[in-house]
Ligand binder design. Structure first.
Ligand SMILES: [Zn+2]
Length: 173
């Protein structure tokens, strides 16, 4: 469902989980991040889409909790953060700064010539380690989708009219 058109995409859904081999989970993004979850012990996988709003609402931690409820142990979970718009390019407004926990501001924002930039991928990683994901099981892409338009679609860099990247995960057996 939802792989070819928006019409049959699962509505209002930012997170998917399965333990069923052969079921392919996919999510589209351009500048936002896709989070991939894998528990090699209990053999669960998960996929989540996170823009800044979803990230502030704790999308990563919600996925971790949903997997723990299904019998996964936090220390077993592997999580990968897809390429997303980088600290170099992600200029944000006051609404983003206001929404992020002020204790994290020094770690995730920088100001340059009066503009505020957000280290979105790092913010996602901080939330995931807070939720119990070990650092050696957390993988983050260093590519910025806005800088590397030769490789990625960037919603911002293209002024809103652009394609999307698909994040895909499946258990093969
Ligand atoms: Zn950049």
């Amino acid at each position: 469902m939802g792989h070819a058109t928006m019409e049959d995409a699962l509505p209002e859904t930012d997170g998917l989980l399965t333990a069923e081999p052969g079921v392919v989970l996919a999510s589209y993004a351009a500048d936002c991040a896709v989070l991939f979850f894998f528990d090699p012990e209990q053999r669960w996988i998960g996929l989540a889409h996170a823009g800044w709003r979803g990230a502030v609402l704790g999308m990563g931690a919600l996925m971790v909790e949903s997997l723990v409820q299904r019998g996964c142990r936090r220390e077993d979970l592997c999580v990968a953060v897809s390429p997303a718009i980088g600290f170099c390019c992600y200029e944000v407004g006051e609404e983003v700064v206001a929404a992020v926990d002020s204790r994290l501001h020094r770690q995730v924002f920088r100001t340059e010539r009066g503009k505020v930039y957000f280290n979105f991928s790092h913010f996602l990683c901080l939330q995931l380690t807070d939720a119990g994901i070990s650092k050696n099981r957390l993988f983050k892409s260093c590519y910025c989708t806005s800088c590397r338009r030769d490789m990625f679609y960037s919603y911002r860099a293209a002024g809103g009219r652009t394609g999307r990247m698909a994040g895909v995960i499946a258990l093969l057996w």
